[in-house]
Design a protein around this ligand. Sequence first.
Ligand SMILES: Cc1cc2nc3c(=O)[nH]c(=O)nc-3n(C[C@H](O)[C@H](O)[C@H](O)COP(=O)(O)O)c2cc1C
Length: 500
Amino acid sequence: MNSPRLHSEIPPSASRVESRRSFPSTDATLSPKDIYPEWLGDRRFTNLHGSRFAYVVGEMARGIATPQMVVEAVRAGLVGFYGSAGLRPETIAEGLDAIEAGLGKGAPAWGANLIHSPQQPGYERAVVDLFLERGVARVSASAFMTLSKEIVRYSARGLSRAPDGSIGRSTHVFAKVSRAEVARHFMAPAPDKLLKELAAAGDITPVQAELARQVPVAADITAESDSGGHTDNRPAGPLFSSLVQTREEVCTEHGMATDLIRIGLAGGIGTPWAAAAAFQMGAAYILTGSVNQAAVESGLSLEGRKLLAEAGPADVAMAPAADMFEQGVEVQVLKRGTLFAMRGKRMWAIYKARESFEACTPDERKFIETALGESFPDAWAKTKSYMQRANPAELARAEGDPSRQMALVFRRYLFFGAQWAREGDAARLRDYQIWCGPAMGAFNEWVEGSLLEALENRTVKQIAWNMLDGAAHITRMQLLRATGHDVPPSAFAYRPGLFE
Ligand SMILES: Cc1cc2nc3c(=O)[nH]c(=O)nc-3n(C[C@H](O)[C@H](O)[C@H](O)COP(=O)(O)O)c2cc1C
């Protein structure tokens, strides 16, 4: 094996960076040291959240973004979000304990995920209670189409008037959005009606309500373009510009300074070129997901991570989402090495075309039972027994409705696909549901033949530092070009290596 090729170390000291506040001149005096990874992105973002880099390791549901991943991200100078969506509050609390044990209480640069859960009354409130009680200072809000009382409560509870008259925040909302109309809700101050209700219920103080009328609900907006998992498959460029425009409109409408809101970019970022492009567009920060799922700190099984490491950029497909199967909602998953996407799509087509399992053609019945790995009646019996405990009302609706029964059995298969992948059930390898976007394959192509190809070297730190160091290099090459220099295409290459 080759000995690790070490880059010149990522410049270590913030003070060194701080001492050179003005941007380097763009004339021929640019030297290789003129652009540091620390300078990519918005300095206010890193200062406020306490990270060295404007790089976020994004939340991945059901603990795939583990507490350990968060701890290692923060130690590497990144911001880390715990994958708390889909976990019970007690489990989330254990995760918070583990993060605090690793980083110390009150450590900066990390947060957890709040997933909008209208179908689970009380869940959002319980999770927000936990976050407030435990002093979680950053919450990434996802799956919101509009604001809920709970996310507004979390946002407003951290507001206070500073001695200089400015409004301070100790609870920071990062809003994950892929549409301008959703972003608008988070960029604007919270609606008066919600604030009044929260104040009347004693959930926030009248002063907090008053301050919340003057600032955005979320100061960090993550533009989610084509990504792993739930995605609108939006291309990054048009989404980013649309949100920049929306920010202008919302801030003008509410008399707020545009600079109160930062817009970061996520989706498809798996190489230095994609990272450089995001910063070049003006992204305040970048956020990665798919590439971290193959990292050693990931909660995905080794078997699942091996499949991810073999993917190319086109080895992804949309497949039905387990929780919103009947509504036709899809998630982006890994296609190569698993039959999950193909099987899930065929189940959806059968569900739409047939009224019951009995009404399926012999070929369809054979397909279904092969995928389930058991007879349909056996699968229905297990589904029923689970639903009796988990959701008796939904089970009651399905009794006497064979179409709903089929949907519930299919949902169970889709749900287990993710669990088998997390646990590494070797017998169900072909049914693994692994959320994944094109960024993963792009990353694999880039690291092929380098030390980052080996799974054991893929830590969140090595992934992020290579991407950031590479993005700084590419940015420099582009600046040289843009200032009149003849820079050949080969100068834009960046080979990954291992940092110490
Ligand atoms: C396995 C997996 C699970 C994810 N779970 C969540 C989640 O629970 N909440 C959320 O807001 N985003 C979730 N995401 C999205 C990521 O946080 C991130 O925004 C996205 O992956 C970025 O795009 P990329 O996959 O192209 O890097 C998930 C992504 C993956 C790959």
